[in-house]
Every structure is written in C-alpha cells, then in structure tokens.
Design a protein around this ligand. Structure first.
Ligand SMILES: NC(=O)c1ccc[n+]([C@@H]2O[C@H](COP(=O)([O-])OP(=O)(O)OC[C@H]3O[C@@H](n4cnc5c(N)ncnc54)[C@H](O)[C@@H]3O)[C@@H](O)[C@H]2O)c1
Length: 424
C-alpha cells in the first residue's frame, strides 16, 4: 500500500462530494491516484460522471481533465479495491445546537463493512476532539476484531482537517498546509505517504485529538475576533465614532494587530458552527468555553442592530419600516459563493418581514431561500428593484454588483459591509 501511494498506482476514495470532498477528489486525481467518490446524492454522482461541476471552486474542465481517473458512485463496495478513503461528510449542529455526527456514524459503519487489510481511513470532517479515536475507530475496530486486525498493523486510521476556503484563490487546496495525525505512528506514516504527493506542506501532529482541537481553534479564533470587531462597531455607534476610521487607524500598527471586518453577523457551515463543537465538548467536562458563548451572543445581535439601522434610516426620511419596500443585496454568507448556510442575511430578512416591511432580496447565486425558512425567491431585475426600493441594504459583497450605480440609484442605502468605505 505504501508502495502504491509512492508510485501513484493506489486507488483511493472520497466519501461525501460536497464543498470539501469534490475539490479533494479532484486534487487526489490530479496527483495521479485513481479516485472514486462516494455520495448518497444521485444528482451529484451523475454530475461528476458527466463532468459537470456544482461547486464554484471546481470547473467542468477540472472534472473533464481528470475524467479517466475520477468517477462517482453510491456503492461503498468499491472500498474493497481501495487503499485509502477520505471522509468529507457534513458535521452540522442539531436542533439543540449540539454536534450532529450521524453521517460519520452511518458512513463509518459502511466503511467497516468493507474494511480490509491495508486500508487507510482518514477523517476530514470538522468535529470535537476525540471524534477519530472515540467515535470512528471503535466502529472500525468492532469489525476488525472479528478478523484479528489491529489498527496501525493491518489497517490505518488518521485525522486531517480540511481547511478549504470556498471562493479563495490565493491559497488553494494544494498550497494550504495540511495538518495530519495518525492513531498510531504507522497510521501517521500511512497518511503521510497518501497525502505527500497531493499537498505542498504536511504538518504532522502527535494525535488526532490535537489536530481536531487545532482545527476548532482556527475557526474559534475567527469567530471570536469577528465578534470583537462587531462589538467595536456597536461601541463606536454608541459613541458616535466612525468604526471604519478607527479600524484604519488601528491597522497601521505593524505588529500585534490583526484586522477583522465588522458586518451583519457571521455565517457559513464552519465559523458559526465549529466553535459550538468545542463548547459542547467542554460542557461534557463540566467546563465552560467562555469566549465562545460571549462571541456567539454578540454575533447573533448583529442582524437586530442592522434592522434597527434600516428602521432609523427610513424614520429619518419620514417613513415607517412597516410597509416600506426594502431590498436586501446578497443572501449568501460571503461573496461569490452559492451557500446561505447559517447566513445572517436569513435572520435580517426574517426580522424585516416580522416588522411588516415589504422585504425582498437579490442574489445571483441563491435563487430561493425557502430551504432556509424564508418564504422569498430572489428578484431578477436588480436595477429596477434598486430604483423602486425605499431602502437598499448591502449584505453580501458579490463581485457582480456595480456599487457606484447602486449608490447612485438607491434612495436610502444601509451598508452592513462598509463597501462604500473600502470600495470592493
Ligand atoms: N464548506 C466549507 O467551507 C468547509 C471548510 C472546511 C471544513 N469543512 C468541513 O468539512 C465537512 C464537509 O463539509 P461540506 O461543506 O463539504 O459538506 P457538504 O454538505 O457540502 O457535503 C457533504 C456531502 O456528503 C454527502 N453525504 C451525506 N451523508 C452521506 C453518507 N452517509 N455517505 C455518503 N455521502 C454522504 C452529501 O450528499 C453531500 O454531498 C464538514 O465537517 C465541514 O465542517 C467545510
């Protein structure tokens, strides 16, 4: 198996062909492996097999170039012929805001059914410290024990957190350093051999739990700092100060300061979610993740703050929010991605509708918000809608927007992204 990684004759699998799994599958194929993607969604399987991408960071050409080395299926039996499998399954929060690891459990059982000597299993999904050794490994060992297979000897288990940042072009999946950790020394050697040809820099750490914690800390760092800069905005607002000017001034310090940007809140499948994995884990040890709880409260306050700004701006123009036509620009959680998961814009729209505003939204990538519980579809005529709106709210800085023209046509503009301050 080590030899097959080395000379790239290995067959490998990626379970979950979403935002993380599809780019990884393409990168594995590009480095020479024969790759099979496993997903439950027939539409994704068909798209991959026909060379049609549904993820912005992967082009149709990327899929077509790798067509001879990359295919997709729903059948886990292909693992019987594989040397490695990377698990890229969703790890959302459940209705109680607790980690939902059900897809890792379900998939782990499928992988266990096809476990065989020489197979390396790498978990990529973000999860709480202890997931790889405490949740995934026991599922595999339950089957392995029946055959007398031991981890690190007959089969291998590792964790390597995914750091992909959808829409980013300066750092790619290959150039972003990749943390790796094995359950045993041999497991680490196996994942090193597997990922060595794929990623420019591997960062080995001593245990899967260390790697799991590092991933959660990276995202908690962003979560807490975004909340801090959002609180700066709330404080500047109270004190009548220009938050952007304050930030510009502070950011001239050449050391010891990292600039974050205030906005409508925090969204996406990772930053607002992952810190709660850590908070949940800490609760299980009777400890509190205090920064995370506080940051969550501040970030959650931002949609209410911005809706109040809309109300105030309309009031200054002699209008009530109730009955006013409010156009929200951008529903996704960040520019140029078709992803509204945990987007604070959903909360803003809910609040506007609750207050009786005639709220509508435009987003070139998100044509309906029904799935997110907002009974709205995107308006099509951007120019006409901007002109007709009593108030336009900038929520996502999609690059297709012509800000100068929007600023020129809008009667009232509320700019949650400070576009008019920094221009893009
Ligand atoms: N999206 C990001 O920007 C990002 C970045 C870094 C890390 N992550 C982490 O990576 C993991 C995957 O996230 P994602 O955004 O790619 O998720 P996603 O929802 O885009 O994709 C998950 C895929 O898994 C499939 N799936 C679900 N259950 C399955 C099963 N039992 N067997 C086979 N396929 C199954 C789904 O059909 C879907 O295609 C999560 O843990 C996430 O936190 C995501």
């Amino acid at each position: 198996m080590f030899e097959r990684f080395h000379n790239r004759t290995a067959r490998v699998a990626v379970v979950g062909l979403g935002y993380v799994g599809l780019p990884l599958a393409v990168a594995l194929a590009a480095s020479g492996y024969e790759v099979v993607g496993i997903d439950l969604d027939p539409a994704k399987i068909e798209a991959v097999n026909q060379g049609r991408s549904y993820i912005a960071d992967v082009t149709d050409t990327d899929l077509l170039v790798q067509a001879t080395r990359l295919r997709a299926t729903s059948d886990y039996a292909v693992l019987g012929q594989c040397d490695a499998v990377s698990i890229c399954l969703p790890t959302p929060l459940d209705s109680k805001r607790q980690p939902d690891v059900s897809s890792i459990l379900a998939s782990g059982q499928e992988i266990a059914r096809h476990l065989h000597p020489g197979l390396l299993v790498v978990l990529e999904s973000t999860s709480y410290p202890g997931t790889t050794t405490g949740l995934l490994l026991p599922i595999l060992e339950a089957v392995a024990q029946l055959h007398g297979w031991r981890v690190g000897e007959a089969f291998y288990v590792a964790f390597s957190p995914e750091r992909v940042d959808p829409g980013r072009t300066d750092w790619t999946i290959q150039t972003t350093p990749k943390i790796i950790a094995g359950v045993t020394e041999n497991c680490l050697a196996a994942v090193q051999a597997y990922y060595g040809p794929v990623f420019d820099t591997l960062v080995p750490v001593s245990s899967p739990s260390t790697a799991e914690m590092a991933k959660l800390f990276e995202n908690t760092f962003r979560f807490v700092n975004i909340s801090l800069v959002n609180e700066l905005l709330l404080m500047c607002d109270r004190l009548g100060l220009d938050c952007w000017e304050v930030l510009d001034a502070a950011a001239t310090k050449p050391f010891g300061f990292t600039r974050f940007t205030p906005g409508p809140g925090v969204g996406g499948p990772c930053i607002p979610v992952d810190p709660h994995f850590l908070a949940w884990k800490m609760k299980s040890t009777d400890a509190e993740a205090r920064f995370i709880e506080l940051a969550g409260r501040i970030n959650a306050e931002m949609p209410r703050f911005w809706v109040q700004k809309v109300q105030d701006a309309l009031n200054d123009a002699g209008k009530a929010l109730r009955g006013s036509r409010v156009l929200v620009l951008g529903a996704s959680y960040k520019p140029d991605v078709a992803d509204a998961r945990e987007s604070p814009v959903v909360d803003i729209l809910h609040r506007l509708l609750q207050k009786g505003a005639e709220a509508r939204y435009h987003d070139p990538y998100i044509l309906s918000l029904a799935e997110m519980g907002v009974p709205l579809t995107a308006v099509a005529d951007l120019e006409g809608e901007v002109q007709k709106a009593d108030c336009v709210v900038i929520t996502t800085a999609h690059s297709v927007y012509d800000w100068a023209s929007i600023a020129h046509s809008a009667t009232i503009l509320v700019d949650t992204r400070f576009i008019m301050k920094h221009g893009s």
